[in-house]
Design a protein around this ligand. Structure first.
Ligand SMILES: *Cc1c(COP(=O)(O)O)cnc(C)c1O
Length: 230
C-alpha cells in the first residue's frame, strides 16, 4: 500500500457503508457483506476488519497461506474469519485447514471426503452451478440435496448454498439462478444463501440472499492476475 493506512481504512469503511446502502435500497435487511480480499494485500483484510467485517473471502490457497498463514501463527489467531470461496483442490485442504473457518464453494463429493478427513466438522457452503454451464464451478442443482446429505453424514456443518451469476448477460441474467438457489435453500432448511457480488447484489438481495460477497466495490479493481503469487 502506498497510501496512509488510516486513509485506506477510511476509504474501505466508506465503501462498505455505500454497499450497505445499496442493500437497503434493494429491500434487504439482515444481509451480511463478505469482503472479498483475493489478490489484494493483507491491508485489505485489516481494513475490512476495522470497518466491522467479521470475515474475509479468499480464493487462492497459496495466496491465503502467504498472506494470512504467518499472521495467524504469530498472533495465535486472527480476529476475523477467512472463508475460502475459490475452487477447492483436494490437495490444498491440508494447508488451508489451520486458517480457513468456512469452505464456501464445495461442489463435489471428493471435497466432502477430504474435508471430513482433514477438517472434521468443517463448516461449508455448497456451490450451485448456473444452469447450462456444464464444466463451470458448482454442483448441478439436481445433485445438491444429495451432496448436502453426504456432507452432513460425514459430520460437516452445511450452513447453506452459494452461487455465482453467469458472466454473460448482465446482472439480470443471474435472477433465475438466484431464485432457484433461494427456493432450494428454503426447501432444505439451510440458513445461508450466499449470492450477489459487486455488479449484481441488488438482484441477489431481491431474490433473498443472506450474504453478498463484495470485492471490487470495496477495494477497487483487482491487480492483474499475472502479478500475483498463487
Ligand atoms: C471475486 C469473487 C467475488 C467478488 O467479486 P466482485 O465482483 O469483485 O465483487 C465474489 N465471489 C466469488 C466466488 C469471487 O471469486
Amino acid at each position: 500500500m502506498t497510501t496512509d493506512p488510516s486513509t485506506y481504512d477510511t476509504v474501505v469503511a466508506e465503501r462498505l457503508h455505500a454497499v450497505h446502502e445499496r442493500i437497503a435500497r434493494a429491500g434487504g435487511s439482515g444481509v451480511t457483506v463478505l469482503p472479498v480480499t483475493k489478490s489484494f494485500p493483507v491491508e485489505a483484510c485489516w481494513a475490512a476488519y476495522h470497518a466491522g467485517g467479521a470475515a474475509v473471502g479468499e480464493n487462492y490457497a497459496q495466496e491465503v497461506v502467504a498472506k494470512l498463514g504467518a499472521e495467524r501463527l504469530s498472533s495465535e489467531r486472527l480476529p476475523f474469519e477467512v472463508h475460502f470461496i475459490g475452487q477447492l483442490q483436494t490437495n490444498k485442504v491440508r494447508m488451508l485447514a489451520p486458517i480457513v473457518s468456512l469452505f464456501g464453494a464445495v461442489d463435489r463429493l471428493s471435497q466432502v471426503r477430504e474435508l471430513a478427513k482433514r477438517v472434521p466438522g468443517a463448516r461449508i457452503l455448497v456451490q450451485v452451478q448456473a444452469p447450462g454451464s456444464p464444466g463451470k464451478a458448482g454442483c448441478p442443482i439436481a445433485e445438491v440435496p444429495a451432496l448436502i446429505e453426504s456432507a452432513t453424514s460425514a459430520g460437516l456443518m452445511a450452513d447453506g448454498l452459494m452461487a455465482v451469476g453467469p458472466t454473460e448477460g448482465g446482472p439480470e441474467a443471474a435472477r433465475p439462478l438466484f431464485r432457484s438457489v433461494r427456493a432450494l435453500a428454503t426447501q432444505l432448511g439451510l440458513a445461508t444463501c450466499s449470492m450477489g457480488m459487486s455488479d449484481d447484489l441488488e438482484i441477489a438481495v431481491q431474490e433473498g440472499s443472506t450474504q453478498v460477497r463484495i470485492g471490487t466495490a470495496l477495494f477497487g479493481r483487482r491487480p492483474h492476475p499475472e502479478t500475483l503469487v498463487r
